[in-house]
Design a protein around this ligand. Structure first.
Ligand code: NAI
Ligand code: MG
Length: 369
């Protein structure tokens, strides 16, 4: 039987509570007996700082390097507001992203039918929505040099950020998007601003060239990023996969997220390059939300974002698409049955806590399996 190594990094606040629910789901799949998940747990963020004085230890990083997937909760909170910049809780996540070379950020926007009325868009626009935004995560204007604020002779200040992309950076993210599209709806929109940015021109060229080995089964359309933003609220179901740069991806993925109702519902994945020998990618899965200090420790957090992040691990790291579908179905039926954590509560529904939501999903899994 294949054994997969999972590193669980609960972190701080509700990360601890939502990862506990993931552990129960992992247990379920272990008992199902198709593969074995060997799990290890370590500290990250404020929890690691309190014990070791750093946001993640070298030993934990080593485990992350060796793991087949990392499942991350959340980090941070007011308790660590005053800690030095280099060891602040977020530094743990940034080091993981950097050292694992996680350049592709996958942000699905899925609207479960039961939650379509919680969306900020009309039900008919979002019911059954399932799109995937693929954001380039390690290049672009957030990292390009020069990056500075200088004082001019006039006394005025001048701030500069630089958008930089190379052919190889664009090609590898485009491949991730086309590979994903092949497992989904076979359609990729590539969003840039070639009309005003040189990086947009190169982006367009490289994505077009990369597409050649995926045509004709995967369709490619180029779309200007501002138009993409409009189309996402006008008619989001026209999209399957959207691939875009770091900055546009940051904005477009948050925009698309609103279609789904709540932060507590949003999973994500970050992938690295495939290993030359094994073809395996380094991968980290995490909810989009943070540590939610306002509700932490009270058993109120919605565990679905973190559970669905494990679902993405099943799909993208372990090639267990059937099991991932099963988990999605279990989540959908629990929502259809009216169970709601506080963040997605609607009139007439049945309010539950973190563990009750986890138990209900487990029970559905057992029924559907
Ligand atoms: P947040 O996502 O933690 O919370 C925003 C609001 O959404 C809060 O009212 C919270 O109660 C609610 N919320 C979030 N997730 C929820 C869930 N699963 N169930 C129910 N309600 C949920 O963002 P915020 O408040 O801006 O940041 C809090 C802390 O988390 C900060 O220290 C921040 O730096 C950190 N953070 C960490 C992230 C990470 O670890 N990747 C991402 C974002 C923030
Ligand atoms: Mg953002």
């Amino acid at each position: 039987m294949t054994t997969y190594n999972l590193l669980l990094l609960p972190g701080d606040g509700i990360g601890v509570e939502t990862i506990a629910e993931v552990e129960r789901i992992v247990d379920f799949f272990n008992k199902a007996g198709k593969v074995k998940f060997a799990t290890e747990t370590d500290l990250v963020g404020g929890a690691a700082y309190d014990k070791h004085g750093v946001a993640i230890t070298d030993a934990a990083m080593d485990k992350a390097q060796k793991a087949d997937a990392v499942i991350f909760g959340a980090v941070g909170g007011p308790k660590w507001d005053g800690v030095p910049y280099a060891v602040r809780p977020e530094a743990g996540l940034l080091r993981l992203r950097k050292d694992l070379g996680l350049f592709a950020n996958l942000r699905p926007a899925i609207c479960y039918p039961a939650l379509a009325d919680a969306s900020s868009l009309k039900r008919e626009l979002v019911e059954g929505l399932d799109i995937m935004i693929v954001r380039e995560l390690t290049g672009g204007v957030y990292f390009g040099e020069p990056k500075e604020i200088v004082t001019l002779e006039s006394g005025e200040k001048r701030a500069v950020d630089t958008q930089v992309y190379t052919t190889s950076e664009i090609e590898r993210i485009a491949k991730v998007a086309f590979d994903l599209a092949r497992r989904r709806g076979n359609k990729v929109h590539s969003a840039e601003k070639r009309n005003v940015m040189r990086t947009g021109v190169l982006w367009n060229e490289v994505v077009t060239a990369t597409h050649k080995s995926y045509a004709p089964d995967v369709k490619l359309e180029h779309i200007l990023a501002d138009n993409c933003a409009m189309q996402l609220v006008r008619n989001p179901k026209q999209f399957d996969v959207i691939v875009t740069d770091n900055l546009f991806g940051d904005v477009l993925s948050d925009e698309a997220a609103m279609a789904t109702g709540s932060l507590g519902m949003l999973p994500s994945a970050s992938l690295g390059a495939p290993d030359a020998k094994t073809g395996k990618r380094k991968a980290l899965y995490e909810p989009v939300h943070g540590s939610a200090p306002d509700i932490a420790g009270k058993g109120l957090a919605n565990p679905i974002a973190t559970i669905a992040s494990f679902g993405m691990a099943l799909r993208y790291s372990f090639d267990m698409g059937e099991e991932a579908d099963l988990l999605d179905k279990a989540i959908a039926s629990v929502l259809a049955a009216g169970l709601r954590t506080g963040d997605i509560m609607q009139p007439g529904m049945n309010k539950v806590g973190t563990a009750e939501m986890g138990s209900a999903i487990l029970e559905q899994l057992r029924k559907l399996a």
